[in-house]
Design a protein around this ligand. Structure first.
Ligand SMILES: O=c1ccc(O)c[nH]1
Length: 343
């Protein structure tokens, strides 16, 4: 259902307040061809109402001819900022960037964050943003989980479907995604609500079963028949199953990049206002599927890049795969049991 401007402006004011926006600071709103017009207008009004100096930087889209999907996360690494020194300079000079186009997993994003600029990604449709306006409770739950991940040396994931995956930890930081940017140099994503990290390079091993009803992103589909991944030395070395496995294999093969099969981030969902079933109610291109990434109790793992964590793998192929009904433990202590979060 549509959202009225006034409550959406108020929601943006809440998120900007949580992000510690102050009068006189500079906000640059980054847009491109797929930016939602109501999100742009309401974010602009909210920032102006708080006394910020507001710019809009509109960048021409790129990669359309390379990607097999129009989803903003389907082809990573290069963005309209790549080589665009003038645009990067403007964003580095800003206190806060509202990314309404998707810079995630780009080298330029890190370059900008290192100057202390904060970046908040917000590309879901207004009704999804309004359903999951972040709050301090989200932050507390997610940062508590992230601290446990940070302190752990192994994440183990099992399921009745047959998943048994061991991931040594410690090489990469734990990341909290809770929907607002309250520290200099922080990136976050509204909506979100999950904690994640990356396995030590080359360390993940075991078996992952993507069961019937689990989700593939950017395919934005519920898997019909189980897909079995064999994971050795940090890579998915075999993808086995029926039609769903063939479709995933064909899509990944189109990138012709062995790095696409690396285990990328791993973690679990903590957003009670996100639902597993939502994906089936939206047109594929209307959303990037944040309900699927954030629903409480999922085990979210991904394939592909690790540059977000400070690694050097920048493959363009990124698959996010939230699983239901998994048991996730850290150093033998259960965090999630059969898809239920133990707080
Ligand atoms: O918010 C996000 C979105 C995609 C992703 O892979 C990680 N975090």
């Amino acid at each position: 259902m549509a959202i009225s401007d006034y409550p959406f402006i108020e929601a943006w004011r809440q998120v900007l307040t949580l992000s510690r926006l102050e009068a006189g600071q500079t906000v640059t709103i980054l847009t491109s061809a797929s930016t939602h017009p109501q999100t742009l207008s309401c974010a602009t009004i909210a920032a102006q109402s708080m006394g910020a100096i507001v710019n809009r930087l509109d960048l021409p889209p790129v990669n359309g001819e390379k990607a097999l999907s129009r989803d903003a996360l389907a082809y990573l690494g290069t963005t309209p900022l790549t080589g665009n020194h003038a645009a990067i300079a403007a964003l580095k000079a800003s206190d806060l960037v509202l990314d309404l186009m998707t810079l995630l997993f780009s080298p330029e994003q890190h370059e900008i964050l290192q100057t202390g600029t904060k970046i908040l990604l917000a590309v879901e449709p207004p009704e999804v943003l309004m359903r999951m306006v972040p709050n301090q409770q989200d932050k507390t739950r997610v940062t508590t989980a992230a601290a446990r991940i940070q302190a752990a040396r192994e994440m183990r994931v099992r399921s009745a479907a047959g998943t048994d995956l061991r991931c040594p930890l410690g090489e990469f930081p734990a990341i909290s995604e809770y929907g607002f940017v309250d520290e200099p140099g922080r990136w976050d994503h509204w909506p979100s609500g999950f904690a994640l990290t990356w396995p030590n390079e080359g360390g993940a091993s075991g078996r992952i079963v993507i069961d019937r009803g689990d989700i593939l992103l950017p395919q934005k589909c519920y898997v019909d028949d189980p897909i079995a991944l064999t994971v050795e030395n940090g890579y998915a070395v075999r993808i086995e199953g029926g039609l769903s496995a063939d479709l995933l294999s064909d899509y990944m093969a189109s990138f012709d990049d062995p790095e696409a099969y690396a285990i990328s981030h791993i973690g679990w969902g903590l957003q009670p206002r996100a639902r597993w079933s939502t994906l089936g109610l939206y047109d594929r291109e209307a959303t990037i599927g944040m309900d699927a990434r954030a629903f409480e109790g999922n085990f979210l793992f991904s394939l592909g890049p690790n540059n977000e964590a400070g690694g050097s793998r920048t493959t363009a192929c990124h698959i996010d795969i939230p699983l239901r009904r998994c048991t996730v433990s850290l150093d033998g202590r259960d965090m999630v049991v059969d898809g239920k979060v133990l707080d």
